[in-house]
Design a protein around this ligand. Structure first.
Ligand code: F6R
Length: 268
């Protein structure tokens, strides 16, 4: 796993945005895996800026989000569809018909949504670059601790910790969903390249377990150790628990000098 530690959250977002720009330059019809949450906001702002500056077009891009709440209408401002439209899709030139979230319509059997979503990803040619955050408990998507490392898109029950962590985003009188439909861990692992962004002190333990702990369903993100091309992008606070820090910095320096000599490694 490649570990890149940068000085702050803005640098993390800018670094991730550069990788997206480079990917879309060489493959404008790339398939992006996207996430919601606070960490991704700075990245979306960077990408929107690049788009408005004329440096980036999403016209041919297809996207698949990691997850969506179950039991929340798309029009509800708390839905992940609403988040994506508000923070990203409405501000760029993506064809909304090519943006996908694992949404369950009223009356639809939620258990059927997962296999259909998997098929759609497959029909689109698979995910080129999966962007994502991490929960304080190590979850990726809504694959909570104890999720099968072989799981596919399905309904998941959120842990009490996740409900508490996300409670800040809901008013007292608002319904906070306890269920979501999320890509599974195996679905995420199928992506050709994975970029996990983590910023802030609250993520330090989860990051240390992910990068330096054993591969375990109790820290779902640790499965990234088994991925061929996973990069973990961290700010100083999120990197605070890493024992092997000097080596990651040293490796990053070597990679940057290779990049300066041979260009960004954009093969996905
Ligand atoms: C959201 C998602 C989650 C978040 C994670 C971190 O689509 O898949 O795994 O990435 O909960 O959320 P923030 O960034 O709000 O700390």
């Amino acid at each position: 796993m490649e570990v890149v530690i940068l000085k702050d959250a803005d640098s993390v977002a800018a670094y991730a945005a550069d990788l997206v720009v480079e990917l879309l330059r060489v493959k404008p019809a790339a398939v992006l895996g996207l996430a919601t949450g606070s960490t991704q906001l700075a990245l979306y702002r960077c990408l929107v800026r690049q788009h408005l500056a004329g440096k980036l077009s999403f016209k041919q891009t297809t996207s698949f989000n990691l997850d969506e709440y179950l039991g929340v209408a798309v029009e509800n401002s708390q839905s992940y569809r609403a988040y994506m439209d508000r923070e990203f899709f409405d501000r760029i030139d993506i064809d909304k018909g090519k943006t996908n979230l694992p949404f369950c319509t009223d009356g639809e059997n939620p258990r059927l949504v997962g296999p259909l979503y998997e098929q759609k990803i497959c029909d689109a040619g698979g995910i080129d670059l999966q962007l994502m955050g991490i929960g304080a408990n190590g979850h990726i998507g809504f694959n909570e601790p104890s999720s099968s490392l072989c799981s596919r898109t399905r309904v998941k029950t959120l842990t009490k910790q996740t409900l508490e962590d996300n409670g800040r985003l809901f008013n007292d009188d608002e319904f906070q969903p306890r269920l979501a439909i999320t890509m599974g861990i195996a679905t995420i692992m199928d992506a050709r390249r994975i970029l996990l962004l983590a910023t802030g002190k609250t993520k330090a333990d989860a990051v240390a377990n992910t990068v330096e702990g054993p591969v375990s369903a109790m820290c779902p993100a640790s499965v990234l150790q088994m991925h061929e091309r996973a990069t973990v992008l961290l700010d100083e606070d999120a990197a605070a628990g890493l024992a092997n820090r000097d080596y990651y910095d040293w490796t990053h320096l070597q990679n940057e000098s290779l990049k300066n000599r041979f260009g960004i490694d954009h093969e996905v």
